[in-house]
Design a protein around this ligand. Structure first.
Ligand code: CO
Length: 339
């Protein structure tokens, strides 16, 4: 879990994934060859060229966050969101800004100063600002520039029994799973990418798949779990502790049926818990990858994760380990039986 802690605590808002990229490159340098493309995708190739099928693994490095858009005369910062964030969860959260990790607090007009109507409405981003403890604009400009990214400031921890909490588990959890697979040896060709800019419209993965030209692709995600109070059972997407979730359809694509059936078969044969993802909400790199070149059969396998796209998300270590086991078994099945 030490690698997952490092990945979770690294700053990597869409378009600024270098910290995450550097951790993965350093961790995995003895297991694969790496190349960073023009967009920032970290492409990899295991040193076992030749045996088919050529399997692509993909997980996105970027996370949702904020970008500084102006520095006010009184030293406070205004910002916009990068990726899908619920404005209502932002107030009073702490962030780190820019490469020097300047500490900041997201603030709003005090409740005492809000008129009754304001108190009834949720705070919008335009009503919020970041306080970096600066005296004035000049002082703030010494520390922060317009265009700097702000990232939630959350420590990764284990709590409960085998449960982790931390920021950006969507999709550092996927990066962690792919990293653990890369440390194993296979006879089939394993290639893939840690992708960029997924959270702002799946912008990196297509470029990666175009370069890699795989026979099949497996996208590893942290998808939302809605097994929480206030949600009816029929609205559950995934449930913590029930194993990796396999997508049937989401807003970006319909998963390859043959591959999807095969995943459930392999899971059953190897006694690995596995659940269907039950809603069609959200989109993933899978949607982009499948339509590259002559088309690439693609599936998405996700670790159920509560509270994604917020400063702190929650996942089950057993689900993470079972996702690694399932993908490992699937690759071995491809090795044995081909496509
Ligand atoms: Co994601």
């Amino acid at each position: 879990m030490l690698l997952l802690k490092k990945l979770s605590e690294a700053a990597g808002v869409s378009g600024c994934e270098n910290e995450v990229r550097n951790i993965l490159k350093e961790e995995l340098k003895e297991y694969a060859d790496f190349k960073t493309d023009a967009l920032g995708n970290l492409l990899f190739e295991k040193k076992n060229k030749g045996k088919k099928p050529r399997i692509m693994l993909a997980a996105h490095m970027d996370e949702v966050g904020l970008m500084i858009t102006s520095i006010l005369k009184n030293g406070f910062l205004k910002f916009e969101s990068v990726g899908g964030i619920d404005d209502r969860i932002l107030v009073s959260k702490t962030v780190t800004i820019g490469p020097n990790k300047i500490k900041g607090v997201i603030g709003a007009k005090p409740i005492h100063r809000q008129d009754p109507k304001e108190r009834e409405n949720a705070l919008k981003i335009k009503n919020l600002y970041i306080d970096i403890g600066a005296k004035d604009q000049e002082d703030a400009e010494k520390k922060v520039k317009i265009g700097d990214y702000a990232c939630f400031d959350t420590e990764f921890e284990i709590f409960g029994e085998n449960i982790v909490k931390g920021k950006a588990l969507d999709d550092r959890i996927g990066c962690f799973v792919v990293a653990e697979i890369l440390k194993r040896n296979y006879e089939v060709e394993i290639c893939g990418a840690f992708t960029v800019q997924e959270e702002i419209g799946l912008r990196g993965s297509g470029v990666a798949a175009y370069q890699l030209k795989p026979d099949v692709a497996i996208v590893v995600e942290g998808t939302f779990a809605s097994d929480v109070p206030g949600t009816k059972e029929e609205e559950y997407n995934t449930v913590l502790g029930m194993g990796p979730a396999v997508t049937t359809m989401d807003r970006s694509f319909i998963a390859n049926k043959g591959m999807r059936d095969r995943v459930f078969e392999v899971a059953k044969k190897n006694n690995i818990p596995c659940q269907p993802r039950r809603t069609n909400l959200g989109g993933t790199d899978g949607g982009r990858i499948q339509s590259i070149g002559e088309g690439i059969p693609t599936i998405v396998i996700s670790v159920p994760t509560r509270y994604i796209h917020s400063p702190v998300s929650v996942a089950d270590i057993n689900d993470i380990n079972n996702t690694i086991l399932l993908i490992n078994s699937l690759i071995l099945d491809y090795q044995e039986r081909g496509v």
